[in-house]
Design a protein. Sequence first.
Length: 377
Amino acid sequence: MTTYLVTGGAGFIGANFVKYLLKKHREIRVVILDDLTYAGNLGTIQTDLDDPRAVFYKGNIVDPRIVATIFEKYPVDYLVNFAAESHVDRSIENPQLFLQTNILGTQNLLEIAKKSWTTGKDDKGYPTYRKGVKYLQVSTDEVYGSLGETGFFTETTPLDPRSPYSASKTGADLIVVAYSETYKLPVNITRCSNNYGPYHFPEKLIPLIIKNILEGKTLPVYGDGSNVRDWLYVEDHCKAIDRVLQDGRTGEIYNVGGHNEKTNLEIVQLILSTIRNLLEENKSYRSALKPGLLQSSDHFDWISNDLITFVKDRLGHDQRYAIDPAKITRELGWYPETKFEDGIVKTIRWYLENQHWVKEVTSGDYQNYYQQMYGNR
Ligand code: NAD
Ligand code: DAU
């Protein structure tokens, strides 16, 4: 039986990964550690926690006691660290929290994994470890900075982070490399492009635009909407992480990306036309609209590009990200299986069918956040 410790497992990608593991593998145990910040929601993994193979701990990855307790209780084989402050705009408002969670939290996990997995020392003084263990750091393409009109990020592209978020993720990556070099801890780092799919918190572009359309609100596009992101369906990211855990070469970094570049404006326009078509075709989706928006004529002409508002740009806004995933394809046979045209429709359908989830995760401080972030833009 393999035991996975999944930190940040109540967030967007972590929760999708927990679901993927439980579906894909039989003989496993999944221990989830999550501090349930605004971005973490137990409801997202409630049905997974009904599975006797899964267990949840609420706690902060910066806290050595909770991490040590888990390692004492369970024979952790794989530690997959998703836990992070993940939103660039929030990092611009409060950088220090990002350094605490993303850098100090990562170092705390590495240190306890190292201590718990150590079996002795080799003749050069390096620690030796229990067979089969691995620490995997879920990182981001943002550590490479911003691209111009051409080129792709490879694993050897120099690190050049530009936001407090990406600087903190880069710091985390460097401390992972330090543990690999200095203590020979078995690690991998994956650096993925923008994910989309179910359970994406509606502060990020795609779910925020869907939510605003369903509420008849304007759609805030930063700057002129020409910034490019490389979108990957979240389940494809989960598959990549699982492949790296199983067969990734120790100490290696793997880039993960969708070969699917789109400008932000293209994304927003595509969401508009898709939602409009789905509402026109399928009456049952219309209950997702805010009460009052459903006109007796059943026409949805108001769901148009006229809802788009160009607002003040993000400070230090990276222009373009694009991943070259050739290494993970060549070495591990991974490739992005979900075509964007299918993935985006699947995602929008999910949001239309799961408004209760959106209401639940935005019932707390979300209105204040929205006012603070977009009120004066
Ligand atoms: P998310 O914000 O949706 O989820 C983060 C989770 O971590 C939440 O459940 C939150 O409660 C938890 N968390 C935050 N601080 C914690 C702490 N101190 N201790 C314990 N738990 C804590 O983020 P996401 O989009 O799912 O991203 C997951 C990881 O993947 C992050 O490391 C992010 O940098 C990375 N990543 C994200 C994307 C993307 O497009 N979303 C792409 C590449 C890499
Ligand atoms: O590239 C991977 C990264 O992708 C991850 O490491 C981050 O955790 C994740 O949040 C994401 O970062 P981005 O900044 O690219 O994602 P976000 O959804 O915030 O923004 C996507 C693009 O859309 C970006 O160019 C900014 C723009 N945008 C975003 C929002 C929220 C808007 O134009 N309007 C908006 O309201």
